[in-house]
Design a binder for this molecule. Structure first.
Ligand code: GLY
Ligand code: MN
Ligand code: MN
Length: 469
């Protein structure tokens, strides 16, 4: 966990970037069904960026005029002590966090009005609708978490993003720790893989490894023999001998920092010749893009580089025809690689995605309209301290490869008859998909792969599969 001193330094950096006060909300408990049956509490990521272990319902007023940070926390009641145990007093927490003052949450509205007066006050929408509504009422802004154009004032979001996208050494240490737990989870799932069990059993190993280390899944675990369904959260399939298992899972530390890793392996413990070919192409594309991570590299160029390596490999396999450059130019490769090569990673698995393309695309750059590249979530120039994922894949998606419009558009470039063989192999279950994903930190001299200890060479994966079930 980054220390209170670390968080205090982050708050001071933020204060120096502001010219008017800002109110941040942690968000509160969210009910699962009846009001008192709560989901586990998860503070908003920007709040987590500035505070160690924030409480539910916390709010903070940052004022650049006197460099003050006032924290508002729920009052301590005897009922709370009975049901939830003793909690530190507001006075203790003032000292712990090193803030200007800690006041009861009930005083938020009056105290904010008193301190801010007639000056402009800004805030940021969070996942908790009640906290967002409260912030909207106090600031007069039309805040809406679900519409990136209304998440907050653009200048404020950019100021937050400048800080949140540059990892300090303490933050990198958290991401390394999340990567280590994620390695354990992936290797356990590989080791316990065998025909005749359900996907859910492997999910149990993955999420059990997270829980044992005090972590939670950073996002809903994707573990599926239907790897071509990109965000497949169904875990009820039985594993058959010819299947490939695709696992996309990452641990989130109590600090909020997380990992996001994908590996794909054969249930049998041996890649079939076709699977080995596809795997090697995806791995080559991943390695090419990772090697290109360095300060100043444009993320979209990494995406296009991965696309060209994939296209080249698919030509070798007879699935595409033409030069890699032409295939990527026309978008034919996207029939097998229909998503972007990755995204920012940090406190959110798609870090700051709620802030929209304002943060993810550099000024003057807009999303491509072409199928595939339109899903590219990031187009910034990389800088030291930024962390991104690199996650190419090849998928055999019936809805794409049997689409009449695509069949017409790409008839000269795609061998649809050959692709059909992949859709019907494995007793008609189809090939599925292969994705390989790692988390890469941009450093002064190039990059560091934070998740490099998760096995991915074909032989290393094969050696692990079924070894501990
Ligand atoms: N885990 C979702 C993603 O890789 O973007
Ligand atoms: Mn990812
Ligand atoms: Mn992922």
């Amino acid at each position: 966990m980054p220390s209170p001193a670390h968080h205090k330094a982050r708050r001071q950096q933020f204060l120096t970037s502001l010219d008017s006060p800002v109110l941040l909300m942690a968000g509160g408990w969210q009910s699962r069904n009846y009001p008192a049956n709560w989901q586990p509490f998860r503070a908003d990521s920007t709040f987590l960026f500035f505070f160690t272990d924030p409480e539910p319902n916390a709010a903070a007023l940052f004022d650049p005029k006197d460099k003050s940070v006032v924290l508002f926390l729920d009052a301590r009641t005897p009922e709370d002590a009975l049901w939830h145990g003793p909690v530190p007093s507001l006075a203790d927490l003032k000292k712990h966090h090193g803030v200007t003052a800690v006041l009861p949450r009930t005083e938020l509205a009056a105290e904010v009005r008193r301190r801010v007066g007639k000056r402009r006050l800004r805030s940021v929408a969070v996942a908790d609708p009640r906290a967002t509504a409260e912030a909207a009422a106090l600031t007069g802004e039309a805040l809406d978490f679900h519409h990136s154009a209304a998440v907050g004032d653009p200048e404020l979001l950019l100021a937050i993003a400048r800080l949140r996208s540059q990892r300090s050494p303490e933050e990198v240490a958290e991401m390394r720790a999340a990567a280590a737990v994620t390695r354990k989870a992936h290797t356990l799932a590989m080791a316990h893989t065998r025909p005749g069990i359900f996907e859910q059993e492997l999910v149990g190993h993955v999420e059990g490894a997270f829980a044992k280390a005090g972590c939670v899944p950073a996002y809903n675990t994707i573990l599926s023999v239907r790897g071509e369904v990109l965000h497949n959260h169904y875990h009820g399939n039985l594993l058959h001998e010819p299947d490939l298992v695709l696992l996309d899972a990452g641990a989130e530390r109590p600090s909020g920092y997380c990992a996001d890793v994908t590996r794909t392996w054969p249930v049998s413990g041996r890649f079939s010749p076709e699977a080995a070919d596809v795997y090697d192409i995806v791995l080559a594309a991943e390695q090419a893009a990772i090697t290109a991570v360095r300060p100043g590299a444009r993320y979209r160029d990494l995406h296009l580089l991965a696309c060209r390596v994939l296209a080249d490999g698919l030509v070798q396999m007879g699935l595409l025809r033409g030069s890699a450059d032409e295939l990527v130019e026309s978008g034919a490769h996207a029939l097998f690689f229909p998503h972007g090569v990755g995204h920012l990673l940090g406190l959110d698995v798609h870090d700051m995605e709620a802030f929209g393309d304002l943060i993810a695309y550099a000024p003057g750059r807009v999303r491509s309209k072409q199928f595939g590249t339109a899903y590219l979530r990031l187009d910034l120039d990389l800088a030291p301290g930024m962390c991104v994922t690199i996650e190419p894949g090849i998928y055999f998606v019936p809805a794409i490869l049997r689409d009449a419009k695509f069949k017409k558009q790409f008839r000269g470039q795609v061998d649809f008859a050959r692709a059909e063989r992949f859709l019907t192999m494995n007793s008609l279950r189809g090939f599925g998909g292969i994705r390989i994903e790692d988390d890469v930190l941009c450093t002064d001299s190039g990059h560091e792969v934070l998740t490099e200890a998760v096995p991915k060479e074909r032989a290393a994966v094969e050696a692990l599969v079924g070894s501990g079930g």
